[in-house]
Design a protein around this ligand. Structure first.
Ligand SMILES: NC(=O)C1=CN([C@@H]2O[C@H](COP(=O)(O)OP(=O)(O)OC[C@H]3O[C@@H](n4cnc5c(N)ncnc54)[C@H](OP(=O)(O)O)[C@@H]3O)[C@@H](O)[C@H]2O)C=CC1
Ligand SMILES: O=C([O-])CC(=O)C(=O)O
Length: 252
């Protein structure tokens, strides 16, 4: 049985915990102590309010499902402790120096940094961008204003530019922009829209290159407990964890 240390007892953390089968969350940590205690009671895990103690607990892998700040603060020490990490708040890797250092540490210590497909589909073959010509790559994200904690009466563009800048400005809503950039091997173009007529978290991917062209549209249901996060993102990390010990690797 794979043992998991969970950093972040929020919306995604709860979906993962509810789906445990071949892995077990044995240790939990969150910035909100009452949330950790409640989560630990409900899912039979050990609660921690001190990160070092949480990390010292014997777990096989740490799952970050908290925030870009949490991933930035803790990813390095997780790897240095000799554990693999799953990073959900991928926006932390928009800092190129930080990412390079993290990857170098993982390489030296023979550890893995897992990045789930999250709220999009297609990361598998988008990786061809690392080895072949890319003519165009645009992510257009459209969410209801509620998902962006804003108000609007009409469709409004919030951002147009590069992924790194977008996720810095909208760290709770555009981690996928960074995942796509890492997959494709370049800082992709991003448009972020809010639309009161849209009730889904929609991601449209326009990809053209040496291979031909692709258009992928994902219309996600928002998570009931956090409309900023698509339910698909939680299912994605749950699937990743369930497949950690599967010898048959698909789509990689
Ligand atoms: N890669 C992808 O495709 C996607 C990534 N995400 C990202 O995944 C992460 C988790 O999402 P979700 O579960 O919906 O978020 P939630 O806000 O529901 O849960 C996150 C939990 O982590 C806590 N937390 C935040 N910062 C820290 C910290 N520094 N140390 C410890 N705990 C902390 C939060 O506390 P508090 O409430 O006080 O902040 C909260 O309890 C987010 O960063 C989100 O943006 C989401 C969707 C898609
Ligand atoms: O869940 C989504 O639709 C996307 C998201 O919030 C993110 O990438 O941070």
């Amino acid at each position: 049985m794979i043992t998991v240390g969970l950093l972040g007892c929020g919306n995604i953390g709860r979906v993962i915990a509810a789906g445990q089968e071949n892995f077990k969350i044995t240790a939990v940590y969150d910035v909100v102590p009452a949330r950790v205690e409640e989560f630990a009671r409900e899912f039979d895990a050990k609660p921690f309010s001190d990160f070092s103690a949480f990390l010292a607990e014997p777990t096989d892998i740490i799952v970050e499902a908290a925030s870009v700040v949490a991933a930035t603060e803790h990813a390095q020490e997780v790897l240095e402790s000799g554990k693999d990490i799953v990073i959900m708040s991928v926006g932390a890797l928009a800092d190129k120096e930080f990412r390079a250092h993290l990857v170098e540490t993982a390489r030296e210590l023979k550890r893995k940094i897992h990045i789930p497909s999250g709220a999009v589909m297609g990361l598998d073959n988008i990786r061809i961008g690392q080895i072949s010509r890319v003519d165009k790559f645009v992510l257009r994200t459209t969410k209801n204003p509620k998902s962006l904690s804003r108000e609007a009466t009409e469709r409004t563009q919030l951002f147009a530019g590069k992924a790194h800048d977008c996720v810095r400005q909208y760290p709770k809503n555009t981690n996928v922009a960074e995942s796509l950039s890492i997959a494709c091997g370049r800082d992709v173009d991003v448009e972020l829209w809010m639309d009161p007529e849209e009730d889904r978290n929609m991601h449209e991917i326009f990809f053209e290159g040496e291979f031909g062209e692709a258009y992928i549209r994902i219309r996600n249901l928002p998570s009931p407990d956090n409309p900023a996060t698509s339910y698909l993102a939680a299912l994605s990390i749950l699937t990743l964890l369930k497949n950690l010990d599967n010898p048959l690797v698909i789509g990689a």
